[in-house]
Design a protein around this ligand. Structure first.
Ligand code: 4NP
Length: 155
């Protein structure tokens, strides 16, 4: 399965989600490809935010080699599943993808853990380190749910 994590800048939330799900999928013996992208393109070419790198590294995940890129409509051809970190990101995804938008492939990331609640992963960009720790924990729990949901759907 090919999965794309999407946020606004592709420097804070989706790089964490990419790194965490890569590690957990590997540990679960799943041959998944995980990538990430951002809808706004402001940080294209940059490495993840230093606090995203720090919180991942302290959990044994090195995301320093990731490079920010912008989400594009062809991502709907390339990926089986596209997770938006928040509702504003989903609006952007629809606007960028236009006729390629596929509602069967796209969903809000936190729906895997809190179905039907329509929740956002809060953007840590404007806050301090605590925000990154909180986001990491939420992302980690949700990645566990993505894997558990997938395994039970295969039974
Ligand atoms: P992210 O956080 O979407 O989690 O990568 C942001 C990073 C930068 C900006 C917005 C959100 N920005 O507008 O520059």
């Amino acid at each position: 399965m090919k999965i794309l994590m999407v946020c606004l800048g592709n420097i804070c939330r989706s790089p964490i989600a990419e790194g965490v799900l890569q590690k957990k999928a590997k540990e679960a013996g799943l041959d998944w490809t995980i990538d990430s992208a951002g809808t706004n393109g402001y940080h294209v070419g940059e490495a993840p935010h230093l606090l995203s790198q720090k919180v991942c590294l302290s959990n044994g995940i090195n995301i320093s080699s990731q490079v920010s890129r912008q989400f594009e409509k062809e991502d709907f051809d390339r990926y089986d599943k596209i997770f938006a970190m928040a509702k504003d990101v989903m609006v952007d995804i629809k606007n960028i993808a236009r006729n390629k938008f596929n509602p069967e492939k796209a969903s809000l990331f936190l729906e895997a853990l809190y179905p039907g609640e329509n929740l956002d992963v809060k953007d840590p960009w404007y806050g301090n380190e605590d925000g990154y720790l909180e986001v990491f924990s939420q992302i980690s729990q949700t990645c566990d749910a993505i894997i558990t949901n997938y395994i039970s759907s295969q039974k």
